[in-house]
Design a protein around this ligand. Sequence first.
Ligand SMILES: *[C@@H]1O[C@H](CO)[C@@H](O)[C@H](O)[C@H]1NC(C)=O
Ligand SMILES: *[C@@H]1O[C@H](CO)[C@@H](O)[C@H](O)[C@H]1NC(C)=O
Ligand SMILES: *[C@@H]1O[C@H](CO)[C@@H](O)[C@H](O)[C@H]1NC(C)=O
Ligand SMILES: *[C@@H]1O[C@H](CO)[C@@H](O)[C@H](O)[C@H]1NC(C)=O
Ligand SMILES: *[C@@H]1O[C@H](CO)[C@@H](O)[C@H](O)[C@H]1NC(C)=O
Ligand SMILES: *[C@@H]1O[C@H](CO)[C@@H](O)[C@H](O)[C@H]1NC(C)=O
Ligand SMILES: *[C@@H]1O[C@H](CO)[C@@H](O)[C@H](O)[C@H]1NC(C)=O
Ligand SMILES: *[C@@H]1O[C@H](CO)[C@@H](O)[C@H](O)[C@H]1NC(C)=O
Ligand SMILES: *[C@@H]1O[C@H](CO)[C@@H](O)[C@H](O)[C@H]1NC(C)=O
Ligand SMILES: *[C@@H]1O[C@H](CO)[C@@H](O)[C@H](O)[C@H]1NC(C)=O
Ligand SMILES: *[C@@H]1O[C@H](CO)[C@@H](O)[C@H](O)[C@H]1NC(C)=O
Ligand SMILES: *[C@@H]1O[C@H](CO)[C@@H](O)[C@H](O)[C@H]1NC(C)=O
Length: 664
Amino acid sequence: MEKQFVFYTLCYTILFHLLQHNEATPWARRQCHQVVNGYDCSDMDLQVIPNEIPNSVQILKFSFNYLPALYNFTFQRLTSLNYLDLTRCGITFMYEDIFKYQSDLVDLILIGNPLVFIAERAFSGPLALKYLSLAQSKIQSLSDIPSYNLAYLEVLEIGGSEIRSLDGLSSFHCQNLHSLQLDMNSIDWIREDDLAPLRNVHGMSISFKGNDFINIEPGAFKSLNLSSLDFSGCFSKMNFSSLLKGLEGLTTNRLNLGLYETDPNVYIPSAALQSLCKIFVTDLDFQLQHFSDLNNFPFDCLKWIKKLDLTRAHLDSLQFNMTGPSRLSHLVLDENRFKDVCSINTRNVPLLTHLSVSGNSKQLNFSSKCLESLGILEELDLSLSLVNPRGPCCNDQLFGLSELKLLNLSYGSQIFWSSQPFSATPQLEHLDFSHSYYTLNDSSPFSNLQNLKTLNLSWSNTSLTNVRIFKGLKNLQLLNLKGNTIQGGVLTQTELFKYVPLLETLVLASCKITAFEENLFKGLVHLRQVDLSENKLVKLSTSGFYSLHFLQLNYASNAIVTVDVGSVMDLGNISTVDLSYNPLVCNCSNFEFINWVIKNKIKVKHLMETTCNGTGTRIIDAELQCELPVGVLASVIILVAIIIILAIFCLVRRIRKYSRYSQL
Ligand SMILES: *[C@@H]1O[C@H](CO)[C@@H](O)[C@H](O)[C@H]1NC(C)=O
Ligand SMILES: *[C@@H]1O[C@H](CO)[C@@H](O)[C@H](O)[C@H]1NC(C)=O
Ligand SMILES: *[C@@H]1O[C@H](CO)[C@@H](O)[C@H](O)[C@H]1NC(C)=O
Ligand SMILES: *[C@@H]1O[C@H](CO)[C@@H](O)[C@H](O)[C@H]1NC(C)=O
Ligand SMILES: *[C@@H]1O[C@H](CO)[C@@H](O)[C@H](O)[C@H]1NC(C)=O
Ligand SMILES: *[C@@H]1O[C@H](CO)[C@@H](O)[C@H](O)[C@H]1NC(C)=O
Ligand SMILES: *[C@@H]1O[C@H](CO)[C@@H](O)[C@H](O)[C@H]1NC(C)=O
Ligand SMILES: *[C@@H]1O[C@H](CO)[C@@H](O)[C@H](O)[C@H]1NC(C)=O
Ligand SMILES: *[C@@H]1O[C@H](CO)[C@@H](O)[C@H](O)[C@H]1NC(C)=O
Ligand SMILES: *[C@@H]1O[C@H](CO)[C@@H](O)[C@H](O)[C@H]1NC(C)=O
Ligand SMILES: *[C@@H]1O[C@H](CO)[C@@H](O)[C@H](O)[C@H]1NC(C)=O
Ligand SMILES: *[C@@H]1O[C@H](CO)[C@@H](O)[C@H](O)[C@H]1NC(C)=O
């Protein structure tokens, strides 16, 4: 009886240990892993610094563990730390001298910890702490952050906390501070004196994004000289006039006064905008705002403004009502409702280099010579705007844009191209005509575009039967022809690519190609990437390429069943082939190819998706028992036969010799 009991106990003990062991096994793969100069111990349920971390560690990523309180001994032995990430470690208490021995600590990240108490001397120790993030830490006041020993701080992040005012800012040494992130807090009031500590600091970025301000006292930002100031999404309770009054006297490179989609509408009265005359800003963002009258926008006193963003500002016209020319170089007018490009009066913005009118909510007529005054415009984005050129395009429309380098007409409507449609813009380097249809009046529309480097004609119903279509594109590097159906499925026009000798990237995906002429690409000496995916090719053929030394071949999603190993054998070290999503057969017909893949995994892209047809098995996991190929088998048989014959021959000679001797 007793013996039985002992036996069962023993069994249970063993079982228990086994279970425990089982539970512990995953530990093996959840060890801290090494990163450059340090260790990553994220998300391992750790409650102490593991012993495997050497004392000399410099970078320690310790997020998503559990350290409810930090003491002066928590990191004691890690005396070389300079970067410590303690994101979401449940830290509630930070006691004295936590980093007493970490004189090199520079970056300290404490995001998402429910901090209740931070001791006055919590940050003492480091000689020059530069980056401190306390974002989402439930801190209620800046005065709860001990400023002791933060004299060298450059970045302070306290976004997403519960800060209600700027009280306590004055105790910080802001001399080195260049970024103060206070977004998504509950600050509702900025008093005149609150920002006094920042008056002597130049070039700082401050974000108040997403705070629900009630008031900003007039002159609060007076004589501040910032690099950027973000007040986006701050207007649901505030009177816009009083905000701008508060900003009078400010100098800043960037000023964001935009809204977010979830914010309630704000109507900016034209009188309020007069305050802009007392704000010195170069880059101004009014995204999603409504203006009651933009005709009175004080452009005259915003002469130094360089970039203006009026994305979705509900505009149907824009007049630059001013006496002299402005210095504006970037103008973003996306997602508005202009009827015509001519509704944007560009006469007073001759220095514009970038103009974007993308995503216009209605058909955008593009009448002649609207942009004539933009002699130095480099980028014009009219994508997603259903551009209607009201006649043959684009010489009259682009008239005067002789320096244009990028033209984006993607996602437009049907366009009739005049002959030589881009003769007004001979400097074009990038032309995007994706998802737009055009009709040609001339077989070589691009013949004057000798500087063109990228041409996107994807999904544009381009017909490649016109072999002279690319004539003149001497310097073209990238040609995207995705989604243009090849008539008959066989690409035979060897002349087609002779005009683009410098081509490096060619996209012919989704063109319903079943085969192509062997020598089609032979002349493309610089070709590095060829995308033939999503076609109907049944054969992987590489003999038509000039060189296989540095070629990225994409044959994904075709109809290839077997691959001749000869076609991939010569791929260079940095070349790759993608054969994913093909109906590859995993029987002995592909034995040699599969063997090659196993030995050259690095040259095969998307190996996980390169599977045997119909099964989810990767081809490198297929179990094949194949005899040696007939050729090899034959030579082996012949070899064996020769050896046997030789052996018999020798034996016979020996026997003869022997018998002669024995006869003597
Ligand atoms: C931590 O602080 C306590 C009391 O302030 C002190 O006695 C102890 O020596 C300190 N430990 C270290 C490692 O500095
Ligand atoms: C603002 O600071 C920059 C340096 O960050 C300086 O070049 C500029 O002159 C200052 N402007 C004013 C008005 O103080
Ligand atoms: C906003 O403030 C200005 C004076 O600063 C005042 O004239 C105007 O009525 C206020 N508007 C609203 C909507 O409170
Ligand atoms: C242009 O501005 C002036 C004063 O700045 C104003 O008198 C005039 O009405 C404005 N013109 C338009 C078309 O709004
Ligand atoms: C846009 O152009 C079409 C003709 O192409 C014309 O019928 C229409 O009135 C124009 N719309 C505007 C607002 O000018
Ligand atoms: C053209 O615009 C489309 C849509 O806005 C964008 O996806 C594409 O990247 C742009 N093309 C270029 C060359 O910038
Ligand atoms: C097409 O091109 C020819 C010759 O260049 C020209 O005479 C004709 O007017 C053009 N057609 C249109 C609609 O532009
Ligand atoms: C067209 O191709 C260019 C170059 O690859 C690319 O930058 C651009 O985003 C493409 N356009 C669209 C609409 O995808
Ligand atoms: C595409 O081109 C073919 C001929 O090349 C033409 O028949 C067809 O109508 C075009 N489709 C569109 C939508 O323009
Ligand atoms: C290519 O790989 C081979 C063997 O792996 C190596 O000997 C050769 O140096 C490599 N060539 C280049 C250019 O990397
Ligand atoms: C491999 O499978 C393909 C297609 O199922 C078949 O045509 C071929 O004869 C098979 N090869 C061998 C060696 O069984
Ligand atoms: C691949 O598998 C699909 C269904 O799983 C089958 O219809 C097709 O005939 C197979 N193709 C080859 C070449 O075996």
